[in-house]
Design a protein around this ligand. Structure first.
Ligand SMILES: [Zn+2]
Length: 268
């Protein structure tokens, strides 16, 4: 299938406001699930996603190329895309997050890995959680795909945020790695969890928050989770556990926030 044809299909089935972003990206067909399972038609409700016959994970039908994704996660994503969707900007989120999520996240993090502790947040975004965790006694560091945002947050919070998917080098081990609103964006799911595991201390834990949807009703209810430009995989509880099993880490559900479960990953 030609690129132009794919872009046409995605545009036809997406919010018209996404068209300029779709036009600037290239896509390839997703041929199999991250688990190796075959993909089948899922539902007329979600024509840009396929269902894995093996684990039930939902895979985006047309996957943006890595180069397109990298460009997407520059400031284009935070400033233009978020504005287009009438979502708060990075600096507005820095204030707003304190009211609706940070205290809850910190309570869970303290529960599974109390300070003092080396902590890594992957995809640290506006940096408010990192900043508050530092105040709470964690030795915190972040990574962020958007280079400008990484620099902005480092300056604003005094917490080091590296540009990239993981911190440079592999010698530092973390007692806790925080992965919020990230897993659904990651193209190579298995390589990602392997990399996380390699950076954990013995007994280290991972806090994960991402869409995990087990029924069609939940999927329709959280329709925004199915964003074909950046959400490549939508897990269910079975596929989520199966993914972490590939690196021998058990998962336990701690609770729920914004209609999505929050998990502790790692051996007790
Ligand atoms: Zn699968």
């Amino acid at each position: 299938m030609q690129d132009a044809e794919i872009r046409e299909i995605i545009s036809a089935k997406s919010d018209p406001g996404l068209r300029p972003f779709i036009e600037a990206m290239s896509f390839t067909l997703t041929t199999q699930c991250w688990c190796g399972g075959a993909l089948e038609y899922w539902s007329p409700e979600f024509e840009l996603y396929l269902n894995c016959v093996s684990c039930g994970c939902k895979a985006v039908r047309f996957k943006p190329t890595l180069e397109s994704l990298q460009r997407f996660y520059t400031s284009m994503y935070w400033y233009e895309y978020q504005t287009l969707h009438k979502r708060p900007s990075v600096d507005e989120r820095y204030e707003g997050d304190m009211h609706d999520r940070i205290p809850q996240y910190i309570a869970w993090i303290k529960e599974i890995a109390p300070p003092p502790c080396n902590l890594l947040e992957i995809g640290s975004g506006n940096g408010r959680l990192l900043y508050e965790l530092k105040q709470a006694g964690y030795d915190s560091v972040g990574v962020e795909m958007d280079k400008n945002l990484a620099e902005h947050v480092t300056k604003k919070t005094g917490v080091t945020v590296h540009h990239g998917e993981f911190p440079p080098g592999a010698s530092q081990a973390y007692g806790i790695i925080v992965v919020i609103d990230v897993l659904e964006h990651v193209p190579d799911q298995i390589a990602f969890v392997q990399n996380i595991k390699s950076r954990l201390t013995e007994g280290g834990k991972v806090l994960v928050h991402c869409p995990v949807l087990d029924t069609m009703e939940a999927s329709v209810d959280l329709r925004d989770a199915f964003n074909p430009l950046s959400h490549l995989w939508i897990h269910n509880s079975r596929s989520f556990a199966k993914l972490w099993q590939t690196v021998g880490l058990p998962v336990a559900r701690l609770g729920e926030i914004f209609k999505m479960p929050i998990y502790r990953v790692g051996k007790i």
